[in-house]
Design a protein around this ligand. Structure first.
Ligand SMILES: [Fe+2]
Length: 253
């Protein structure tokens, strides 16, 4: 079985035995904002070991709440046809722009998203006024992040990652079973937000993928709600869905 869920933000209680009982050989895919590679703390290590002790394999893509400096310290390896980084032997990061074959199904993966809780800006730790600025922003309860501590420019893909995604899709004739992303294509964002959510290069790119690809379902996280949009798109938060329930027999063009 393959299960799919939305953002975990390093809170893995939804996978406790009380709520979830996947088995050996099962896969659980987290659609970004995994949060388990964040600060190298004992707390984080405890939860990664907790996940690793589960019988299933946890797969995740990245969102906009990952520590990209830390993630980059794990070696890149090949797994099921695409590039991954092993965080634990059965906790695996699915890298951007990759195509994987898992249980006979072809997946295209493109993580990343723009952070929107940064309206008061990004602070630099080497700014001489850093502490003063941070105190003021905290006092004002402002929405800000700190570069390399709580925000990374790598939350959006690089030119190379965008290009690699299209190249890998071309190599499989632009036909996959499932697409996994953290944010949604611009056109889907427009539906869920009545046009209010900001588009960016990644959401526009995902629309390009939508147009060129034949796929059966597209799952994404990021918006912290569970909702089906049309016949093909599924927005996920804390729900854990069995993939087989969401794959119609016929491919949608
Ligand atoms: Fe999130």
């Amino acid at each position: 079985m393959i299960y799919i869920t939305g953002d975990t933000h390093a809170e893995f209680n939804r996978f406790s035995k009380k709520f979830f009982d996947a088995m050996e050989n099962d896969y659980v895919i987290i659609c970004g904002d995994f949060g388990g590679v964040w600060d190298d703390s004992a707390y984080q290590k405890y939860w990664l070991d907790w996940l690793a002790a589960k019988p299933w394999t946890t797969l995740f893509l990245d969102g906009n709440h990952e520590n990209y400096d830390l993630l980059a310290t794990y070696p890149v390896e090949q797994w099921h046809g695409g590039k991954v980084q092993f965080i634990r032997p059965n906790v695996i990061y699915l890298m951007r722009g990759q195509v994987f074959v898992i249980d006979g199904l072809r997946f295209f993966v493109m993580g990343g998203a723009s952070s929107h809780d940064v309206s008061s800006g990004i602070l630099e730790m080497d700014d001489p006024d850093f502490y003063e600025k941070r105190r003021r922003l905290d006092r004002e309860r402002a929405l800000y992040r700190v570069n390399h501590l709580s925000w990374w420019k790598e939350e959006l893909p690089s030119d190379e990652e965008y290009a690699e995604g299209l190249k890998n899709l071309d190599a499989v004739g632009n036909r996959v079973d499932v697409i996994l992303s953290h944010c949604a294509p611009s056109s889907v964002q427009d539906i869920i937000s009545s046009g209010l959510f900001e588009k960016d290069r990644l959401t526009d790119y995902l629309d390009q993928v939508r147009e060129r690809c034949t796929f059966r379902r597209w799952f994404f996280g990021h918006y912290h709600e569970n909702m089906e949009i049309g016949q093909q798109f599924v927005m996920l938060y804390e729900k854990i869905l069995p993939l087989t329930d969401y794959l119609p027999g016929e491919e949608n063009a």
